[in-house]
Design a binder for this molecule. Structure first.
Ligand code: TMP
Length: 214
């Protein structure tokens, strides 16, 4: 029997790993079971955080280095968006004992800014201590993907994305970082989502069902 409780699920992985697809699938399945669930994303999720998201993503298409945000400005923008998001959406939903599904969270900052761009982790941890307001994911799904299938998926997207502006090695590094972050953590699940079948979707739902007791 399902008993309402705050439950926070995060999907992480590099571009084209299928995390947005999988988070939507899980959201729909929980809705079908009449479980009070919200689906959100980072950077973004609230009006103000989506404004910050636009600023960040636009910057990736600037060609001249001098016009681009410094990596600390970039990091602060991700963290600013997170602050708004946690305060105004995630935390209130968890207080109301909802299930929150979030497409990217803290581990994206560790994988991209710390491992990828060498931003000082102490700087990020300090800010996280203030802004996370004690929330921690109950489950983190790390979706692993082969270079070939992520490239294929990204080619099909209508909107241009950062993938076009970054070297493949950046993503390989970020994926390795995600896997490293998951090591020895009981609530992290690494799933290979390179194939386009529904096995990953089923695995995810089984893990969630077990933990929610449904
Ligand atoms: P998305 O397109 O998967 O929603 O993510 C937007 C981009 O933001 C993606 O390239 C990863 C990046 N990102 C970071 O670099 N650090 C972060 O903390 C977050 C949340 C996202």
């Amino acid at each position: 029997m399902y008993k309402k409780k705050p439950f926070f699920i995060v999907f992480e992985g590099v571009e084209g790993c299928g995390k947005s697809y999988q988070s939507k699938k899980l959201f729909n399945k929980l809705k079908q079971k009449k479980i009070d669930t919200i689906l959100t994303r980072e950077p973004g999720g609230t009006k103000s955080s989506e404004l910050i998201r636009n600023l960040i993503l636009k910057d990736y298409f600037k060609k001249k280095k001098l016009e681009k945000f410094d990596k600390y400005t970039d990091t602060l923008l991700y963290l600013a968006a997170r602050n708004e998001h946690v305060k105004n959406k995630i935390k209130p939903a968890l207080i109301q004992k909802k299930v929150v599904i979030c497409d990217r969270f803290v581990d994206s900052t560790l994988a991209y800014q710390v491992y990828g761009k060498k931003v000082d982790i102490k700087f990020i941890n300090n800010i996280h201590n203030k802004i996370l307001r004690g929330i921690k994911p109950n489950i983190v799904f790390i979706l692993k993907v082969s270079t070939k299938s992520s490239k294929n998926r990204l080619k099909k997207r209508r909107t241009k994305n950062r993938y076009d502006n970054f070297a493949q090695s950046f993503y390989t590094k970020a994926q390795k970082a995600f896997i490293k972050l998951a090591k020895r953590k009981k609530n992290y699940f690494i799933l290979d989502s390179s194939e386009n079948d529904n096995t990953v979707e089923e695995k995810i739902f089984n893990i969630v069902k077990k933990q929610l007791n449904i």
